[in-house]
Design a protein around this ligand. Structure first.
Ligand code: HQG
Length: 187
């Protein structure tokens, strides 16, 4: 159900015939529930939706202040503008990916692909988990990003409400392969 919600709120609201506001990425809660229930794959009511928003492991979703609207906090491929805090990053951020992408990443840097931004992780462990999604059964590669250097060079870092760092592009010169056991001082 949470995955289906992610599909609708980030990528394809048309799958249940609803619209998402470009400004803020909000969907009307009643329209969303009606759309999901009409589709028949899942049954959802307000308490279930509230439980998903409250307990999602990555804090992917939020209600607006009066609870009439819902959105994904980040990760969209559809054209939405989510207000995010522009913040100075820690010295290093991390990105987990598959080794097979490395020739292209070395040439072009990290690109958003189908999403609106490149996602960066605050720590190595999170990056490993993200990377595994693309690499399994092989181990992922974790990239260490010179985030403060990028910020000093004028790159704009944002952090979503659920703590995922976002940036439009990471050029190759700020990327190095992180080797487990490397000592880094983060912060
Ligand atoms: C790769 C999950 C070739 C990039 C996670 C990644 C995350 C390139 C893939 C969130 C490239 C895109 C996002 C280049 C980047 N050439 N490949 N130049 N630049 N790539 O899924 O960061 O569970 O769109 O390394 O926790 O893996 O959905 O991005 O492997 O936060 O909430 O292109 O998704 O969160 O893949 O994951 P994705 P991602 P949720």
């Amino acid at each position: 159900m949470s995955r289906f919600l992610s599909l609708i709120l980030r990528h394809n609201p048309g799958a249940i015939g609803i619209e998402i506001e470009k400004n803020g990425g909000w969907a009307d809660v009643n329209a969303l529930m009606d759309g999901i229930n009409a589709k028949g794959k899942f049954r959802v009511d307000r308490p279930l939706l509230e439980k998903i928003v409250a307990t999602d492991s990555k804090g992917r979703y939020s209600f607006n202040a009066d609870g009439t609207k819902i959105r994904a906090n980040q990760g969209h491929s559809i054209d939405v503008v989510i207000e995010m805090e522009h913040r100075r990053p820690p010295e290093f951020l991390y990105h987990g990916t598959a080794w097979r992408f490395m020739p292209s990443i070395k040439a072009k840097g990290l690109l958003p692909g189908s999403r609106n931004y490149v996602h960066l992780s605050p720590d190595y462990e999170t990056a490993v988990k993200v990377g595994f999604r693309h690499s399994k059964p092989e181990a992922p590669v974790v990239l260490k990003i010179q985030a403060v250097q990028m910020a000093e060079d004028g790159y704009d870092f944002m952090i979503s409400d659920n703590g995922v760092w976002q940036i439009s592009h990471v050029p190759p010169q700020y990327i190095e392969i992180y080797h487990e056991g490397d000592v880094t001082i983060n912060g």
